[in-house]
Design a protein around this ligand. Structure first.
Ligand code: C2E
Ligand code: CA
Ligand code: CA
Ligand code: CA
Length: 282
């Protein structure tokens, strides 16, 4: 344990070692976890700032580990990425989320969209376009009901050939969002080349607006990004909205869509049903 490692005096080394063992164990049980149905998805609503209506939800995967309990994606996505399991896992998330989006639509809840995260390995997978088309067809879902989120870091340095699958998906009507925008290195000319329709602004830019007075530098940055995005015909989604103060300020700055604990934490799909019904009633 951590306590013992410290008492033994060799703290850092032993601690790192213990973590490596934990990682190793998790890595070993990842493949069977998928077969055993230990993964599940929580959905977090995406809210249109102009009128507060729920436009869709982001699918966020979790692992109900038989020993460790619920693990968040930060604890296993990197391992799945290293071992290649991310490809079948990501496909499962996509299938499940598409099925769910279809169910929301059948419940008569209007144009409910679903956002799914795409990892770098999935981007490089040669069957990405065909798989995605098949998933949409099997779910009976329009391409426009799906948004794929790709991190800025996954796209940095990608050439035209590597971008082709994303462009094909965009041409089919799938929305592509640039996730964690602002955290990587990408210049503006690069942005023009990408087949994206949405910028998803990382939480770090909106944190300074949680309480009044807002951090003036953060305000300037968001203002600049919104103006750039709208010039390029891109919509702006802001992450990590935790207070009403922040939501109102971001709305005034012209951000289009918001996501965060202020509206709802990620939760089971049924909860989204309640949220949008409440929405329709108001
Ligand atoms: P992300 O795509 O940036 O997702 C947003 C993260 O911010 C989620 O963490 C969400 O729970 C959290 N969050 C949402 N609202 C707030 C808020 O108001 N305040 C704060 N402090 N946090 C908020 P989560 O669920 O732990 O996911 C972490 C990351 O794991 C995601 O970051 C995404 O990159 C990755 N991930 C999740 N699901 C998948 C998946 O199915 N496939 C892949 N490849 N990656 C996934
Ligand atoms: Ca995301
Ligand atoms: Ca993000
Ligand atoms: Ca983020």
């Amino acid at each position: 344990t951590m306590y013992r490692a410290k008492a033994a005096g060799g703290n850092r080394y032993e601690l790192a070692d213990a973590r490596a063992i934990a990682r190793h164990n998790l890595t070993n049980c990842l493949p069977t976890a998928l077969e055993n149905g230990e993964f599940f998805i929580e959905y977090q609503p995406l809210v249109r700032l102009a009128d507060g209506t729920v436009r869709g939800a982001e699918a966020l995967v979790r692992w109900l580990h038989p020993v460790h309990g619920v693990l968040g994606p930060d604890q296993f996505i990197p391992l799945a990425e290293n071992t290649g399991l991310i490809v079948p896992l990501g496909r499962w998330v996509l299938e499940e989320a598409a099925r769910q989006a279809r169910a929301w639509r059948s419940d008569g809840e209007g144009p409910m969209r679903v956002n799914v995260n795409l990892s770098p390995s999935q981007l490089r997978c040669p069957t990405l376009v065909a798989d995605t088309v098949a998933v949409l067809r099997n779910a009976g879902l329009d391409a426009s009901a799906l948004c794929l989120e790709v991190t800025e870091n996954a796209l940095i340095g990608a050439d035209e050939k590597e971008l082709r699958p994303l462009r094909e998906l965009a041409d089919l009507g799938v929305d592509i969002a640039l996730d964690d925008f602002g955290t990587g290195y990408s210049n503006l000319s690069y942005l023009r080349r990408l087949p994206v329709s949405t910028l998803k602004l990382d939480r770090c830019f909106t944190r300074g607006m949680q309480q009044a007075p807002a951090d003036p530098v953060d305000v300037k940055i968001v203002e600049g990004i919104v103006s750039l995005a709208h010039t390029l015909d891109l919509s702006v989604t802001v992450e990590g909205v935790e207070t009403g103060n922040q939501a109102e300020h971001l709305r005034l700055l012209g951000c289009d869509t918001a996501q965060g604990w202020y509206y709802a934490r990620p939760g089971p799909p049924e909860r989204l049903h309640t949220l949008s019904l409440a929405d329709a009633a108001s």
